[in-house]
Design a protein around this ligand. Structure first.
Ligand SMILES: [Zn+2]
Length: 156
């Protein structure tokens, strides 16, 4: 035990003080204060995929809900006790999760390979998917968002 305690660096006897990150000699730099004031919180790593897409705001917002798995799928509503069952209305086989209704249901599963997007897909991995045709690369995020929006509106 004494060997373990000996390896722990000694603590300073100075009084505790609040110090901003990125400060020099305990003085705040203007740049660190600016970063603090303009920090928008923890960012979703794929947010640029849908927020920068050339689609109506409601469609981009839907993309954010998909990325966070916050879509009002039957499974999500069941978790919130807002539904009594979560069976998919189209295939009547599986739970209607966000992944099921957008990627796995037999009614939409054939769409993604036809576009050249590799399987398996899910709410999180779809934003990393690339189409088979490089010509669609420049507008892929917009196409993807509009496809997801169209599937959602077809089902609900
Ligand atoms: Zn289904």
């Amino acid at each position: 035990m004494e060997l373990l305690l000996a390896e722990i660096p000694s603590l300073h006897h100075d009084e505790d003080a609040r110090v901003l990150r990125d400060c020099v000699d305990k003085k705040a730099l203007t740049s660190s204060i600016y970063k603090l004031l303009t920090f928008a919180g923890t960012r979703c790593p794929v947010q640029a995929q849908f927020w920068s897409a050339k689609a109506p705001h409601k469609v981009r917002l839907f993309g954010w809900l998909v990325a966070k798995d916050r879509v009002h799928s039957k499974a999500n509503l069941l978790k919130k006790h807002m539904r009594s069952e979560d069976v998919c209305e189209l295939c009547h086989k599986e739970s209607e999760t966000t992944n099921h209704l957008l990627f796995d249901c037999c009614r939409v599963a054939a769409l993604w390979p036809a576009l050249g997007v590799s399987q398996p897909l899910c709410c999180r991995s779809i934003w990393d998917a690339k189409p088979a045709s490089p010509t669609a690369d420049g507008c892929w995020s917009t196409v993807l968002l509009l496809l997801l929006w169209r599937i959602w509106n077809h089902r609900h």
